[in-house]
Design a protein around this ligand. Structure first.
Ligand code: NDP
Length: 307
């Protein structure tokens, strides 16, 4: 029987591992499909405190993993296919068929940005295509960029980038914004942001430079095709929390985000940390913070059970 099982190895899962390992709980960490989470695909991270000359995503995650291992965290290279939280202990089934029993579970499976699904988008990922302005925006100082989407994230990304880029073009597939009125209004009245509506991206162009140089756009009402010169394009068309294996076992909102108060879910002994329960901040440092909270909550819960 495991005292603490942590599912996920992004900053939330690995911080939970560090704290529960230091509490002598010897956590078992299930690494998942993409060990290290979303940061593994990020190049330089300039906004994680403590790294004045930046750190790469893979390097930061390696250090976090090693730090938790030093205090006794154990890792399993497998992924969770289903869970049974209906009784005690909690049961976790891995893809190799193994069933792990646990007194507490910390879910830190993160979220994945949605992309358009274009081949050119895949090819130019990290070479002008991004899904996080806070992470990558500062690489686009004084150059033109585009943001795709009409929700609050797109508005926030456009506002953020307008302080850095020479020009921001917000491209949305219809006239109406899904975003809150106040955020849409801020965008509409920002002189550095230009709107292109009723329009989709047909292709991301690189003119054989292997870096984004522009976009081929299509107006969905008129069919007119045009080109826009940009150096970066930020996808803000939503995120998908990686919570599939927990559906029906735990309370989630209509978008699949786990509902957690101070990391406690509606199932006793089950905690959630990081982006799988946060659609607002989505930063490495906030994920790490909630990972710490979840580990403290799990430790207190185990203490209350005399463990
Ligand atoms: P949303 O789902 O709200 O918006 C996604 C946007 O992307 C929509 O405008 C949608 O268009 C567009 N879109 C989706 N798929 C495609 C596609 N294939 N091609 C082109 N466009 C596409 O996601 P957000 O990430 O913006 O927000 C998620 C949640 O987080 C919301 O509840 C939001 O309010 C919240 N949030 C809150 C913030 C805050 O309060 N500060 C900040 C950021 C997010 P369409 O409208 O046509 O469907």
């Amino acid at each position: 029987m495991e005292k603490v099982v942590i599912i996920g190895t992004g900053p939330a899962g690995l911080t939970a591992a560090l704290y529960s390992a230091r509490a002598s709980l010897s956590p078992l960490v299930i690494e998942g499909m993409q060990p290290g989470g979303q940061l593994i695909t990020t190049s330089d991270i300039e906004n994680f405190p403590g790294f004045p000359s930046a750190v790469t995503g893979p390097e930061l995650m390696d250090k976090m993993r090693e730090q938790a291992a030093r205090f006794g965290a154990r890792y399993v290279a497998d992924e969770v296919v289903s869970v049974d939280f209906t009784g005690k202990p909690h049961k976790i089934t891995l893809s190799d068929g193994r069933i792990i029993e646990a007194l507490t579970v910390i879910i830190a499976t993160g979220a994945s940005a949605r992309y358009l699904g274009l081949e050119s988008e895949k090819k130019l990922m990290g070479r002008g295509v991004s899904a996080c302005a806070t992470c990558d925006g500062s690489f686009y100082r004084n150059v033109p960029v585009a943001v795709v989407g009409g929700g609050d994230t797109a508005m926030e990304e456009a506002m953020y980038l307008s302080r850095l880029a020479s020009r921001v073009t917000l491209i949305h597939r219809r006239q109406g914004f899904r975003a809150s009125k106040i955020m849409a209004e801020r965008v509409r009245t920002n002189s550095k942001i230009e709107l292109i509506l009723d329009t989709v991206i047909e292709e991301i162009l690189d003119v054989s430079k292997n870096e984004v140089t522009g976009l081929r756009l299509k107006n969905v009402k008129t069919g007119v095709v045009s080109e826009l010169n940009v150096t970066g394009v930020f996808m803000a068309i939503g995120h998908q929390p990686n919570t599939g294996p927990f559906k029906g076992q735990i309370e989630m909102d209509e978008n699949g985000y786990i509902i957690a108060g101070n990391t406690r879910t509606n199932v006793t002994g089950v905690f959630a940390a990081g982006d799988c329960q946060d659609h607002i901040y989505r930063q490495a440092v906030t994920a790490a913070g909630t990972g710490c909270m979840a580990a403290i909550e799990a430790t207190r819960y185990l203490e209350s059970m005399g463990q």
